[in-house]
Design a protein around this ligand. Structure first.
Ligand code: ADP
Length: 267
Protein backbone atom coordinates (compact mmCIF):
# COMPACT_ATOMS: atom_id res chain seq x y z
CA UNK A 1 0.00 0.00 0.00
CA UNK A 2 1.37 3.39 -1.02
CA UNK A 3 1.08 6.58 0.96
CA UNK A 4 1.83 10.01 -0.50
CA UNK A 5 2.09 13.49 0.92
CA UNK A 6 0.87 15.98 -1.67
CA UNK A 7 1.86 19.65 -1.85
CA UNK A 8 1.68 22.48 -4.38
CA UNK A 9 4.85 24.25 -5.47
CA UNK A 10 4.83 27.49 -7.43
CA UNK A 11 7.26 27.16 -10.35
CA UNK A 12 6.84 30.48 -12.14
CA UNK A 13 5.53 33.56 -10.41
CA UNK A 14 4.45 35.53 -13.51
CA UNK A 15 2.52 32.78 -15.24
CA UNK A 16 1.47 31.18 -11.99
CA UNK A 17 2.62 27.78 -13.26
CA UNK A 18 2.55 25.34 -10.38
CA UNK A 19 3.32 21.72 -9.81
CA UNK A 20 1.72 19.11 -7.63
CA UNK A 21 4.43 17.31 -5.71
CA UNK A 22 3.80 13.76 -4.47
CA UNK A 23 6.15 12.57 -1.77
CA UNK A 24 6.23 8.84 -1.16
CA UNK A 25 5.75 8.20 2.56
CA UNK A 26 5.40 4.43 2.31
CA UNK A 27 8.96 3.73 3.40
CA UNK A 28 8.51 5.68 6.63
CA UNK A 29 5.26 3.84 7.26
CA UNK A 30 6.93 0.50 6.61
CA UNK A 31 9.69 1.29 9.09
CA UNK A 32 7.12 2.41 11.68
CA UNK A 33 5.29 -0.84 11.25
CA UNK A 34 8.46 -2.91 11.52
CA UNK A 35 9.33 -1.09 14.71
CA UNK A 36 5.88 -1.72 16.16
CA UNK A 37 6.09 -5.41 15.18
CA UNK A 38 9.49 -5.66 16.76
CA UNK A 39 8.32 -4.19 20.06
CA UNK A 40 5.26 -6.45 20.06
CA UNK A 41 7.44 -9.50 19.41
CA UNK A 42 10.05 -8.57 21.99
CA UNK A 43 7.39 -7.91 24.61
CA UNK A 44 5.73 -11.22 23.87
CA UNK A 45 9.04 -13.09 24.09
CA UNK A 46 9.75 -11.52 27.48
CA UNK A 47 6.22 -11.93 28.72
CA UNK A 48 6.12 -15.69 28.11
CA UNK A 49 8.87 -16.69 30.55
CA UNK A 50 7.66 -14.07 33.00
CA UNK A 51 4.15 -15.55 32.97
CA UNK A 52 5.59 -18.99 33.54
CA UNK A 53 7.71 -17.81 36.50
CA UNK A 54 4.77 -16.01 37.98
CA UNK A 55 2.62 -19.15 37.65
CA UNK A 56 5.20 -21.27 39.45
CA UNK A 57 5.52 -18.75 42.27
CA UNK A 58 1.78 -18.92 42.77
CA UNK A 59 1.84 -22.72 42.84
CA UNK A 60 4.74 -22.74 45.28
CA UNK A 61 2.94 -20.38 47.62
CA UNK A 62 -0.32 -22.32 47.36
CA UNK A 63 -0.93 -25.94 46.39
CA UNK A 64 2.73 -27.04 46.35
CA UNK A 65 3.65 -25.24 49.55
CA UNK A 66 4.92 -28.33 51.36
CA UNK A 67 5.92 -30.43 48.39
CA UNK A 68 9.71 -30.60 48.45
CA UNK A 69 10.05 -32.51 45.17
CA UNK A 70 7.80 -30.12 43.28
CA UNK A 71 9.64 -27.17 44.78
CA UNK A 72 12.98 -28.34 43.44
CA UNK A 73 11.58 -29.01 40.01
CA UNK A 74 9.76 -25.68 39.82
CA UNK A 75 12.78 -23.73 40.99
CA UNK A 76 14.79 -25.42 38.25
CA UNK A 77 12.26 -24.36 35.62
CA UNK A 78 12.17 -20.84 37.01
CA UNK A 79 15.93 -20.62 36.77
CA UNK A 80 15.80 -21.76 33.14
CA UNK A 81 13.19 -19.13 32.38
CA UNK A 82 15.22 -16.34 33.94
CA UNK A 83 18.18 -17.53 31.85
CA UNK A 84 16.03 -17.27 28.76
CA UNK A 85 14.99 -13.74 29.64
CA UNK A 86 18.58 -12.76 30.29
CA UNK A 87 19.70 -14.11 26.89
CA UNK A 88 16.90 -12.29 25.20
CA UNK A 89 17.77 -9.00 26.86
CA UNK A 90 21.44 -9.48 25.97
CA UNK A 91 20.53 -10.07 22.32
CA UNK A 92 18.13 -7.13 22.25
CA UNK A 93 20.83 -4.87 23.64
CA UNK A 94 23.33 -6.23 21.19
CA UNK A 95 20.98 -5.61 18.28
CA UNK A 96 20.15 -2.09 19.33
CA UNK A 97 23.83 -1.38 19.87
CA UNK A 98 24.77 -2.36 16.32
CA UNK A 99 21.75 -0.55 14.94
CA UNK A 100 22.50 2.67 16.75
CA UNK A 101 26.18 2.73 15.92
CA UNK A 102 27.21 5.22 13.29
CA UNK A 103 29.11 4.11 10.21
CA UNK A 104 32.26 2.08 10.70
CA UNK A 105 35.40 4.08 11.19
CA UNK A 106 36.94 4.65 7.79
CA UNK A 107 40.14 2.73 7.23
CA UNK A 108 39.60 0.35 10.15
CA UNK A 109 40.87 -3.09 9.16
CA UNK A 110 40.61 -6.59 10.57
CA UNK A 111 42.48 -9.78 9.77
CA UNK A 112 39.88 -12.56 9.61
CA UNK A 113 42.23 -15.40 10.48
CA UNK A 114 42.96 -14.50 14.13
CA UNK A 115 39.29 -13.62 14.55
CA UNK A 116 38.19 -17.07 13.37
CA UNK A 117 40.88 -18.70 15.50
CA UNK A 118 39.63 -16.86 18.55
CA UNK A 119 36.00 -17.78 17.79
CA UNK A 120 36.96 -21.45 17.49
CA UNK A 121 38.87 -21.26 20.78
CA UNK A 122 35.87 -19.91 22.63
CA UNK A 123 33.53 -22.57 21.30
CA UNK A 124 35.81 -25.59 20.96
CA UNK A 125 35.37 -26.89 24.49
CA UNK A 126 31.59 -26.80 24.30
CA UNK A 127 31.62 -28.31 20.82
CA UNK A 128 33.82 -31.16 21.95
CA UNK A 129 31.54 -31.89 24.88
CA UNK A 130 28.68 -32.13 22.41
CA UNK A 131 30.68 -34.62 20.34
CA UNK A 132 31.46 -32.14 17.57
CA UNK A 133 34.73 -31.53 15.81
CA UNK A 134 35.43 -28.02 14.59
CA UNK A 135 37.80 -28.21 11.61
CA UNK A 136 39.63 -25.07 10.49
CA UNK A 137 40.52 -24.95 6.83
CA UNK A 138 43.02 -22.30 5.76
CA UNK A 139 46.70 -21.74 5.09
CA UNK A 140 49.21 -19.36 6.51
CA UNK A 141 47.90 -16.28 4.75
CA UNK A 142 46.15 -13.50 6.58
CA UNK A 143 43.00 -12.10 5.04
CA UNK A 144 42.52 -8.48 5.89
CA UNK A 145 39.24 -6.72 5.24
CA UNK A 146 37.85 -3.31 6.10
CA UNK A 147 35.95 -3.74 9.32
CA UNK A 148 35.64 -3.86 13.04
CA UNK A 149 37.23 -6.80 14.86
CA UNK A 150 34.69 -6.99 17.67
CA UNK A 151 31.71 -6.90 15.38
CA UNK A 152 33.18 -9.50 13.05
CA UNK A 153 33.98 -11.68 16.04
CA UNK A 154 30.32 -11.48 17.00
CA UNK A 155 29.25 -12.50 13.49
CA UNK A 156 31.39 -15.63 13.39
CA UNK A 157 30.67 -16.53 16.98
CA UNK A 158 26.96 -16.48 16.22
CA UNK A 159 27.36 -18.52 13.04
CA UNK A 160 29.60 -21.10 14.67
CA UNK A 161 27.30 -21.36 17.67
CA UNK A 162 24.37 -22.02 15.35
CA UNK A 163 26.34 -24.60 13.40
CA UNK A 164 27.12 -26.39 16.67
CA UNK A 165 23.55 -26.09 17.97
CA UNK A 166 21.64 -27.09 14.88
CA UNK A 167 24.25 -29.15 13.08
CA UNK A 168 25.29 -31.25 16.02
CA UNK A 169 24.19 -34.53 14.44
CA UNK A 170 26.62 -33.97 11.60
CA UNK A 171 29.57 -34.60 13.91
CA UNK A 172 31.77 -31.88 12.47
CA UNK A 173 31.77 -28.23 11.48
CA UNK A 174 34.19 -26.79 8.93
CA UNK A 175 35.43 -23.23 9.11
CA UNK A 176 37.08 -22.00 5.91
CA UNK A 177 38.74 -18.82 4.82
CA UNK A 178 40.04 -17.89 1.41
CA UNK A 179 39.81 -15.95 -1.78
CA UNK A 180 36.98 -16.70 -4.16
CA UNK A 181 34.41 -15.23 -6.54
CA UNK A 182 30.80 -14.47 -5.89
CA UNK A 183 28.62 -13.63 -8.86
CA UNK A 184 31.74 -12.99 -10.91
CA UNK A 185 33.20 -10.65 -8.34
CA UNK A 186 36.47 -11.47 -6.59
CA UNK A 187 36.63 -11.26 -2.83
CA UNK A 188 37.42 -12.86 0.50
CA UNK A 189 35.05 -15.46 1.90
CA UNK A 190 34.77 -16.88 5.39
CA UNK A 191 32.44 -19.88 5.68
CA UNK A 192 30.98 -21.98 8.44
CA UNK A 193 29.66 -25.29 7.21
CA UNK A 194 27.74 -27.89 9.18
CA UNK A 195 26.42 -31.31 8.25
CA UNK A 196 23.19 -31.08 10.20
CA UNK A 197 19.54 -31.19 9.12
CA UNK A 198 19.76 -28.19 6.80
CA UNK A 199 17.13 -25.51 6.26
CA UNK A 200 14.20 -25.90 3.86
CA UNK A 201 14.34 -23.50 0.94
CA UNK A 202 11.24 -21.53 1.88
CA UNK A 203 12.72 -20.60 5.26
CA UNK A 204 16.09 -19.41 4.00
CA UNK A 205 15.06 -15.88 2.98
CA UNK A 206 13.40 -15.38 6.35
CA UNK A 207 15.86 -16.74 8.89
CA UNK A 208 17.70 -13.45 9.22
CA UNK A 209 14.48 -11.71 10.28
CA UNK A 210 14.22 -10.83 13.93
CA UNK A 211 12.60 -13.60 15.98
CA UNK A 212 12.22 -15.90 12.98
CA UNK A 213 12.82 -19.53 13.80
CA UNK A 214 12.26 -22.55 11.64
CA UNK A 215 11.14 -24.87 14.39
CA UNK A 216 10.07 -22.87 17.40
CA UNK A 217 10.12 -25.77 19.85
CA UNK A 218 13.51 -27.06 18.75
CA UNK A 219 14.99 -23.57 18.74
CA UNK A 220 13.66 -22.88 22.18
CA UNK A 221 15.15 -26.05 23.59
CA UNK A 222 18.40 -24.97 21.90
CA UNK A 223 18.32 -21.78 23.93
CA UNK A 224 17.61 -19.58 20.93
CA UNK A 225 16.22 -16.09 20.89
CA UNK A 226 15.71 -15.78 17.12
CA UNK A 227 17.84 -12.63 17.11
CA UNK A 228 21.27 -14.09 16.38
CA UNK A 229 21.05 -14.04 12.60
CA UNK A 230 19.36 -10.62 12.59
CA UNK A 231 22.43 -9.28 14.41
CA UNK A 232 24.73 -11.13 12.00
CA UNK A 233 22.93 -9.76 8.95
CA UNK A 234 23.03 -6.24 10.30
CA UNK A 235 26.76 -6.29 10.97
CA UNK A 236 27.53 -7.94 7.64
CA UNK A 237 25.54 -5.29 5.78
CA UNK A 238 27.31 -2.53 7.70
CA UNK A 239 30.56 -3.97 6.42
CA UNK A 240 29.38 -3.85 2.80
CA UNK A 241 29.78 -7.60 2.84
CA UNK A 242 27.22 -10.26 1.86
CA UNK A 243 25.72 -13.08 3.86
CA UNK A 244 25.35 -16.08 1.55
CA UNK A 245 23.32 -19.04 2.77
CA UNK A 246 23.46 -22.43 1.09
CA UNK A 247 21.56 -25.28 2.55
CA UNK A 248 20.28 -28.69 1.57
CA UNK A 249 17.79 -30.53 3.74
CA UNK A 250 19.41 -33.64 5.14
CA UNK A 251 22.90 -32.54 4.12
CA UNK A 252 23.74 -29.40 6.03
CA UNK A 253 24.14 -25.68 5.85
CA UNK A 254 26.86 -23.25 4.90
CA UNK A 255 26.89 -19.61 5.92
CA UNK A 256 29.43 -17.48 4.06
CA UNK A 257 30.40 -13.92 4.75
CA UNK A 258 31.69 -12.55 1.47
CA UNK A 259 33.77 -9.37 1.34
CA UNK A 260 33.95 -8.09 -2.24
CA UNK A 261 37.33 -6.67 -3.11
CA UNK A 262 36.98 -3.07 -4.03
CA UNK A 263 39.50 -1.98 -6.59
CA UNK A 264 39.69 1.57 -5.32
CA UNK A 265 40.80 0.40 -1.91
CA UNK A 266 43.49 -1.82 -3.29
CA UNK A 267 45.24 0.92 -5.22
P1 ADP B 1 18.20 -18.74 17.33
O1 ADP B 1 18.45 -17.90 18.53
O2 ADP B 1 16.84 -19.36 17.31
O3 ADP B 1 19.31 -19.69 17.05
P2 ADP B 1 19.03 -17.33 14.94
O4 ADP B 1 18.59 -15.98 14.44
O5 ADP B 1 20.46 -17.51 15.25
O6 ADP B 1 18.12 -17.64 16.18
O7 ADP B 1 18.58 -18.41 13.88
C1 ADP B 1 17.26 -18.40 13.37
C2 ADP B 1 16.80 -19.79 13.01
O8 ADP B 1 17.50 -20.26 11.86
C3 ADP B 1 17.06 -20.84 14.08
O9 ADP B 1 16.05 -20.86 15.02
C4 ADP B 1 17.12 -22.11 13.25
O10 ADP B 1 15.79 -22.57 13.03
C5 ADP B 1 17.68 -21.66 11.92
N1 ADP B 1 19.14 -21.95 11.79
C6 ADP B 1 20.16 -21.10 12.03
N2 ADP B 1 21.36 -21.68 11.78
C7 ADP B 1 21.09 -22.94 11.37
C8 ADP B 1 21.89 -24.05 10.96
N3 ADP B 1 23.24 -23.99 10.94
N4 ADP B 1 21.25 -25.20 10.61
C9 ADP B 1 19.90 -25.28 10.63
N5 ADP B 1 19.08 -24.27 11.01
C10 ADP B 1 19.66 -23.11 11.38
Amino acid sequence: EQLYRVSVTLLDRTSGLSALVFRDQSEGRRIDRMRADFIANASHELRTPLASISGFIETLRGPAKNDVVARDRFLGIMQEQTGRMARLIDDLLSLSRVEMKPMLKPGETADLRPILERVIDTIDQRAREAGLKVVPNWGEDGFTVLGNKDELFQVFENLLENACKYGRDGGRVEVSLGRRDDAGEPGIAASIRDFGPGIAEEHIPRITERFYRVDVEASRSQKGTGLGLAIVKHIVTRHNARLLIRSQVGEGTEFTVFFPERKKLLE
